[in-house]
Design a protein around this ligand. Structure first.
Ligand code: DQA
Length: 152
């Protein structure tokens, strides 16, 4: 189905997630980023909403992609900030500035891993956090986003 509504979602992926499929499959599963993105696109398409995906290994590029939403807004963001989860005040501030609701997704359960992964700069601003459900976490987040924005 083509995009029916004017509603849209942006999916942001942080550093090293371009290596999904190769990278530590015990933590992150065997799906590639391309297959995750394709599934999300299919899901959004079936629901008649727009979707864009963006991955970067560079903090500033992610910040600038978020800033660009001031000119071309979306209705909801799904973000896996990856390692920036635990370090980036800059990305947090960018999300805070654009005031678009977002869900924070992690493939692995960050609370079952090293203690430095237990703190997130995003969780208190997020609508919700999904951590440890693998690639299904993105689909669940998209499901929630679609339900929310198509009711608004
Ligand atoms: C991650 C967890 C982070 O701690 C890690 O740095 C990542 C991926 C996850 O999806 O489980 O790169 O966000």
């Amino acid at each position: 189905m083509a995009q029916l509504s004017s509603k849209s979602v942006l999916v942001l992926h942080g550093p090293n997630l371009n290596l999904l499929g190769l990278r530590e499959p015990d933590h992150y599963g065997s799906d590639t980023l391309e297959s995750i993105n394709n599934q999300l696109k299919q899901h959004a398409d079936d629901a008649g909403i727009g979707i864009d995906t963006f991955q970067s290994n560079h903090e500033g590029e992610l910040v600038e992609r978020i800033h660009s939403l001031a000119r071309a807004p979306v209705d909801f963001i799904i973000i896996n900030p990856a390692a920036f989860t635990h370090t980036s005040v800059a990305l947090r501030d960018a999300l805070s500035a654009v005031k678009i609701p977002f869900i924070e997704v992690h493939l692995s359960n960050i609370y079952a891993r090293e203690s430095f992964r237990h703190h997130s700069y995003f969780s208190d601003l997020a609508v919700g956090v999904i951590s440890g459900l693998g690639a299904r976490g993105y689909s669940l987040a998209l499901n929630y986003a679609i339900n929310t924005i198509t009711r608004a």
